[in-house]
Write a protein that binds this ligand. Structure first.
Ligand SMILES: Cc1ncc(C[n+]2csc(CCOP(=O)(O)OP(=O)(O)O)c2C)c(N)n1
Ligand SMILES: [Mg+2]
Length: 447
């Protein structure tokens, strides 16, 4: 026979105490059968979104403007910092529009724009420290710009010319990397950067002079979060604690798959608590909200030595890439509406104007200057040759060159010697390389 415990009159937490708990678990025991499907409490069944500025750039009720910080102290956001943010936000679409168009002209092979995500990307960059390690997906060119990567370097990478410091012209466009700026080279397979970031965070924890100072910040799209690597990375960072900050850019699309088909739960943020990870969702079109959220997330991850997850909500205004035509799967009017109603650049500009920090003449002057800078860099990059052809075979592996690379170089060398100066298509192609392929044509080979 069951002996019923007379605990019904007790409040739930006392009742739970009374009933005890299981080994290996701190879960309170209850006698009421109830399922749950939300990580918030019942009165607020969706995760809230943090916002500072409204759609027309006014601080929302109760919001505080974020602090900015110098070497010695932090103060509320000031004109100089706001201008730097705004200029970097404006530089992104200026670069994007030129890089997109020159791909169409056949001058480069590919491009991916950041249209609509300027606040998410520049705001995150601004909230991090310059030597925090960045592991990006591919739409984070703005982080590099914020850190001082020049427009010439951007162009050199996209053209794959001899000045490309990211990969000597051997990577697809937008696959940037900079050791100096702590920006790990982009790789196309989705989500690989997520477990890698947990490893980088762990390495930072084990490095004495960076342990209390630097974090690993990992960007990924809501589509990439459907990969197994997302879960592997979150679990790794949760069970082997490390200062790793996950920044999910939820821009509504993974190429043609809308986020409504990407998950059934409450976005990406709902997954953080499952891994015991502090999580926040932020309006990714509000640069001040992004700065405040990422800055606080960074502080937490460093102080607690544990991972934190930020989900930034935005809308991918551009096509996925130059290989995509998004009007095949979404309405033109939807895009036009989003551009107008919730434009991250316009919102911040209105805020700046309301503070007396910006006006129409300055807007005009900035746009003219940025356009001229980008066009000049484009022309310079277009005129430069590629690296020496022989570079094709270097840096593939560390250490001693393996036999297969040597054999491939020898084969190309022999072919170039035979046909390089006589066969027209090759002669023309070779002119695009520094030293016109002579480094290989004159090389001693066994072939
Ligand atoms: C493992 C893998 N699968 C598929 C692709 C093809 N692919 C490239 S980008 C992309 C969409 C990613 O969407 P999301 O993560 O939301 O990033 P967004 O492009 O929206 O910034 C896909 C499916 C890939 N690069 N790698
Ligand atoms: Mg996406």
């Amino acid at each position: 026979m069951f002996r019923l415990l007379a605990t019904r009159h007790l409040p739930a937490h006392r009742r739970a105490l009374h009933l005890g708990h299981l080994p290996n678990s701190t879960s309170p025991i209850v006698s009421t059968l109830s399922f749950f499907n939300s990580v918030t409490n019942a009165t607020q069944d969706k995760i809230a979104t943090f916002r500072v500025l409204d759609g027309v750039g006014r601080p929302v009720e109760g919001a505080q403007l974020p602090d900015v910080w110098g070497l010695t102290h932090s103060t509320q956001i000031d004109e100089a910092f706001a201008r730097r943010l705004y200029e970097n936000m404006q530089l992104l679409p200026t670069l994007d529009s030129v890089l997109y168009n020159i791909q169409r002209q056949g001058k480069t092979s590919f491009h991916m724009t950041s249209y609509g995500e300027e606040a998410t990307i520049i705001g995150s960059a601004a909230a991090l420290e310059a030597d925090d390690e960045i592991l990006g997906q591919y739409r984070e060119m703005g982080v590099l710009l914020w850190r001082g990567f020049s427009i010439d370097s951007i162009m050199a990478q996209c053209f794959g010319n001899q000045d490309d410091t990211s990969g000597k012209g051997r990577q697809m466009p937008v696959h940037f990397g900079s050791k100096k700026l702590h920006f790990h080279t982009i790789s196309s397979p989705l989500a690989t950067q997520i477990p890698q970031a947990a490893g980088v965070g762990y390495a930072l924890r084990r490095t004495v002079d960076r342990r209390d100072r630097s974090i690993a910040a990992c960007f990924f799209g809501e589509g990439a979060a459907s990969e197994g690597d997302f879960h592997a990375g979150m679990l790794l960072a949760s069970t082997i604690p490390s200062p790793t900050l996950f920044i999910a850019r939820n821009n509504g699309f993974a190429i043609s798959t809308p986020s409504s088909e990407q998950y059934y739960g409450d976005g990406i943020a709902s997954r953080g608590p499952g891994y015991g990870i502090d999580t926040v969702r932020v309006d990714g079109n509000d640069i001040l909200a992004v700065i405040a959220a990422v800055r606080e997330a960074r502080k937490r991850t460093l102080e607690q030595g544990r991972a934190v997850l930020v989900e930034a909500m935005s809308y991918r205004v551009g096509h996925h890439s130059t290989s995509d035509d998004s009007f095949a799967y979404r309405q033109r009017s939807e895009v036009e509406d989003r551009k107008r109603v919730d434009n991250p650049i316009a919102r911040f500009r209105l805020f700046m104007e309301s503070q007396g920090w910006w006006n129409a003449e300055e807007e005009e002057a900035l746009k003219t200057r940025l356009k001229a800078d980008v066009m000049q860099a484009f022309k310079r990059a277009d005129a430069l040759q590629r690296c020496e052809l022989g570079e094709l075979f270097t840096d593939v592996y560390g250490g001693e060159e393996p036999w297969n690379i040597t054999a491939q170089r020898d084969e190309l060398s022999a072919l170039l010697k035979k046909y390089g100066s006589t066969w027209e298509p090759w002669r023309t192609e070779l002119n695009r390389f520094k030293n016109e392929g002579r480094d290989l044509m004159q090389a001693q080979t066994d072939a």
